[in-house]
Every structure is written in C-alpha cells, then in structure tokens.
Design a binder for this molecule. Structure first.
Ligand code: G3H
Ligand code: ZN
Length: 294
C-alpha cells in the first residue's frame, strides 16, 4: 500500500536498519522493485528522477507506480529524487508524493538555503517531507555532473546550520559515494585516492550533530561492509539505482544473445525483471529492512 514516507522512517531504526530508495522509470523496474519488497516483506521507497519523468511522462509514471503499489500489502512511499524545478515539485505533491528532494546543491550556500526554504514552506503546509543536499555528490545524475572530490563533501558544522535554516526533514550527505559507474578518468582518479568509498569519520561527525534522518546517495558499488558500517552510524535511507540497472541489463543482454528466435518483448524482458528483483532483494537484506514491512 502507498504510505507516507514518515511511516517508514523512525528513530527506532537508527543504527539498526535502513530503507532502500530505489529509482524507477518504467513498468519492469517498478514491478521488480515491488515484487522484491513483497518477497522480503520490506518497506521501500520508490523514487523518480527528473529524467525518468521526462522519459515516461509525469502523470503516466506516477500513475503506474501508485496503481501497482495499491495492490500489495507492504508499505511503500513515493519520493521525488534530485529536483531543482519548483513547479514540477508542486505538481508531484498534487499527485500524491509524500516526499520530494529539492536539489539546489549546485548553487552557492545562501541560494541553496533560500530555494530549499521556499520548497519546505510549500511542502510542509501539505504534509510533505523535503530532502535537500549539502555538499555535492560525485558522478552523473540527470542534469548534474560532479567531478571533484573532498572539497565538495558535506561539512558537519555547515550541515547543522543548513538543517536549522531550512527545516528540511531528511538530509542527503556527500560523503564520498558517487552516482553511477565511474567511467570518467577524473572521477576514477579521485576514487583511487580514497581509502574508503564512504568517509565514515565524516559521516560519524555529521550524525553526532544532526538529528534528522540522513540519506546516502550513490549506494551502488559501495562495498557491503561500508554500507553496514554506515547503517550502524545511523544512516536511514540509501539511494540505489545503478546496481539494479546493471542486473537488468546483464540479464537482458544474455537473453537477447541466447534466444535470437524470441521476438515477444515480454519474453525478453521477464528474465531481466526477475534479475532486477533478485538484486533489489539482496539490497533489502543488506540494509536489514526485510521483515520490517509486515
Ligand atoms: O539519487 C539516486 C542515487 O543516488 C542512485 O545512485 O545509481 O549510484 O545507485 P546509484
Ligand atoms: Zn542521488
């Protein structure tokens, strides 16, 4: 069933388990995620990016997710990922999103605060949570392409100020994880200098000072041990996209190669959806949210 994100995130989970926020842009991905949530009795967040909404259509994609979620008995929340378009945010709130991310992290601090505050004021009047980002998460995500390293990570003291000034509900932290697969040599170089994918010391310092739920983006490709350590430190939400896409693509390519006689798209796509589901189940177990959606 579709629930408010506030039903999935609570203080008791901090340090024990976290909720996956999976991205979707189509029928198959949505089905795979929901089937994984049902199989593992896990609460999940389903999120859309601006690019996904452009690809599938805003009302079409929101409608597809809501219709499928209605049929199942695990709690699922709908969230808008990285968005810098206030009018789109308003539209999504009208369509029943219980959480939206205003990503003004590319702007100077004071402009990030200003725009985020405006969105918070609008969203809170309608009972909707707001996520914002401070610092800049590495890699490619829709309109963002961040290539630099340490200097763009979230500063713990600035984060305290940012949360107080904006009154956001969840904070996306830049702690070293990155969006997508590192193909750019500059990003590869930055990554090769890091001892850990996630700067756990920085994460600890942020956690100590910040009370609201923390979100780690770019969780694909982060070693399991570091995800577990980040959960212990107190991360509540992990955004996962690329790992599901890779699982889907791998299975699809294999099927296409092995079965030249198949021309029914449904038969080509079904094993890919299943592979994505299995990957989502792995992630749910890693975050220990399995069984928490009864
Ligand atoms: O906002 C979405 C994500 O942070 C997903 O990142 O594709 O690296 O898993 P990922
Ligand atoms: Zn992200």
């Amino acid at each position: 069933m579709l629930v408010h994100i506030g039903k999935l995130i609570n203080k008791k989970m901090v340090g024990k388990y976290a909720i996956p926020a999976f991205n979707t842009q189509d029928l198959e991905t949505t089905q795979g995620i929901i089937r994984a949530a049902v199989a593992q009795k896990s609460p999940v967040i389903i999120q859309t990016s601006v690019g996904a909404l452009e690809y599938a259509g805003v009302e079409e994609l929101a409608g597809l997710i809501k219709t499928q979620v209605r049929e199942v008995n695990v709690p699922i929340a709908l969230h808008q990922d990285h968005c810098h378009d206030f009018s789109l945010i308003k539209k999504l709130i009208n369509l029943g999103y219980s959480s939206v991310m205003i990503d003004a992290s590319h702007l100077p601090y004071k402009d990030n605060v200003k725009l985020t505050r405006e969105v918070v004021s609008y969203a809170h009047k309608r009972g909707v949570w707001v996520q914002a980002e401070l610092g800049r998460i590495l890699g490619n995500e829709d309109w963002q392409n961040v290539k630099s390293g340490e200097d763009l990570m979230t500063d713990p003291d600035e984060a305290v100020k940012f949360v107080a000034e904006t009154r956001i509900d969840t904070l996306a932290v830049a702690v070293g994880s990155m969006h997508g697969i590192p193909v750019d040599p500059r990003i590869k170089k930055v990554l090769s200098t890091l001892k850990e994918h996630i700067d756990l010391q920085r994460l600890k310092a942020i956690r100590k000072k910040i009370q609201i739920p923390l979100v780690v983006h770019g969780a694909s490709g982060v070693p399991d041990a570091q995800i577990r350590a980040a959960i212990k430190i107190g991360v509540s939400i992990f955004n996962i996209d690329t790992d599901l896409r890779v699982a889907f693509n791998k299975a699809l390519r294999k099927n296409l190669k092995q079965h030249l006689e198949i021309y029914d798209p449904r038969k080509l796509l079904a094993p890919a959806t299943l592979a994505l589901q299995k990957k989502a189940e792995e992630k749910i177990k890693l975050l220990k949210s399995n069984g928490k959606g009864r």
